[in-house]
Design a binder for this molecule. Structure first.
Ligand SMILES: C[S@@+](CC[C@H](N)C(=O)[O-])C[C@H]1O[C@@H](n2cnc3c(N)ncnc32)[C@H](O)[C@@H]1O
Length: 403
């Protein structure tokens, strides 16, 4: 029997579950599509009429008509999120039930935290497991972005951007940086577009591509453009990124087509995060900064020593943050870490005397069931990563002065 969920303000998962329940139980429509339309309509409404109730109960002109009017406006304002001419497929009573949930939330006033959480639920647990789509908890993202500090005018990318968490936080830190996101999953990209649109950014900077395809393999793979081609279509002078922030997929098979294009794959086991690591280093300009989430074994296991040597030759690793086991729960209890560094001007084998900060998180901001753990004042997530932030910043500063 399905458990019935009651929505209480601030409990975003309950809101997401309630929306899903109403749409699945009553309409038989695709819950992702229909919820996305309602969320986009709600966001468009908040942008134009803050403080006014989204869909007042029993509107004389019909709730569906108002939703469709907002969807038309959103389609013009934010291309690439909805299909052209998209309209709600829900009935008046279904929309009114969903509105009773949505009328209790304010996405913009809440800095999009609620919208982000509802999307994370919507992307679906099953899809996450298969494709390795475990979105990074936002308190981890916020802290990592604070460590690497995007600067005005810098070009920032996430080549596996999912719902765009790293990109949104980069903008929150520095509005004058330019952010670019790539992902091969159209659903995740649409979500990222909503999040960036709501932050006032151009949705055209989020593009669908297999980020692992490299310019060198372009001919073999046919005419489809690779990430660099898409970038140059927007920025003809593109030569690389200043900052790569990413949590690449860990799970899933990798086709043999990549084996030859990647140095780290030659003669070794091919794993997607390993290919992404090599790709991210390749996308950076010399002196560009990197923050990448990797499975814990990549920094500790003997079998991956060749990967660490490869990385240290090319990147001055500034810090390794060991994340707690609850960080990616409830989706997985796999341990992960964040590797943070700066790309060298030239590869070197003389890195053995360089100091690396190893920080092991003991409060990961989640409980064993994967629920966010709040500090006693209930306002902020209870985690200890912020202790590492000034240390990482100082190391970047030292590196900059030495260069
Ligand atoms: C672990 S999720 C991380 C999402 C995001 N960085 C975050 O933390 O919220 C990995 C993302 O990589 C995407 N992905 C997997 N393989 C890819 C590929 N070859 N090219 C582009 N994106 C890919 C998936 O669709 C997924 O959205």
């Amino acid at each position: 029997m399905t458990r019935r969920h009651t929505f209480c303000h601030g409990d975003w998962e309950s809101a997401a579950i309630r929306l899903d329940e109403i749409i699945c139980a009553h309409s038989g429509e695709d819950p992702f599509e229909e919820a996305l339309k309602l969320l986009v309509a709600k966001l468009a409404h908040e942008m134009d009429a803050a403080g006014v109730t989204f869909l007042a109960p029993r509107r004389a002109d019909g709730a569906a008509r108002e939703v469709n009017r907002l969807l038309r406006a959103a389609g013009v304002r934010w291309p690439g999120i909805l299909d052209p001419g998209a309209t709600t497929r829900l009935s008046e009573p279904e929309i009114e039930r969903c509105a009773s949930v949505l009328n209790c939330v304010r996405f913009l006033a809440d800095s999009l935290v609620g919208l982000d959480s509802i999307f994370e639920f919507m992307v679906g647990k099953a899809a996450k497991g298969q494709k390795g789509q475990y979105f990074t908890p936002r308190h981890v993202i916020a802290e990592v972005v604070a460590m690497v500090r995007p600067a005005a005018g810098e070009c920032v990318v996430d080549p596996a951007c999912g719902s765009g968490g790293f990109l949104r936080h980069a903008i929150l830190q520095e509005r004058r940086c330019s952010v670019w996101g790539f992902d091969q999953d159209p659903r995740a990209l649409r979500v990222a577009r909503v999040m960036l649109a709501a932050s006032g950014q151009a949705t055209a900077r989020l593009m669908r591509v297999d980020s692992l395809r490299r310019p060198e393999g372009r001919e073999r793979a046919g005419a489809a453009p690779v990430l660099e081609d898409l970038m140059r279509a927007h920025e003809p002078s593109f030569r690389g990124f200043d900052l790569v922030l990413t949590n690449p997929p860990f799970a899933g098979d990798v086709g043999s087509e990549y084996a030859e294009a990647y140095e780290l794959a030659r003669g070794h086991r091919v794993e997607r995060d390993v290919l992404f690591l090599e790709r991210c280093v390749g996308l950076l300009k010399p002196k560009g900064r990197l923050a990448i989430v990797l499975p814990h074994n990549k920094v500790g296991a003997q079998g991956w020593a060749y990967l660490r040597a490869w990385l240290l030759e090319r990147v001055a690793v500034v810090a390794v943050l060991g994340l707690g086991r609850n960080t990616f729960r409830p989706h997985t209890s796999q341990k992960a870490c964040v590797v943070i560094g700066c790309k060298r001007l030239q590869p070197t084998r003389h890195y053995r005397d360089e100091e690396i900060l190893f920080f092991i998180s003991e409060r990961d901001g989640k409980d064993q069931l994967g629920r966010l753990a709040f500090a006693p004042d209930k306002q902020v997530v209870d985690h200890d990563l912020a202790q590492a932030t000034p240390l990482v910043r100082r190391r970047f500063e030292l590196l900059r002065r030495r260069a």
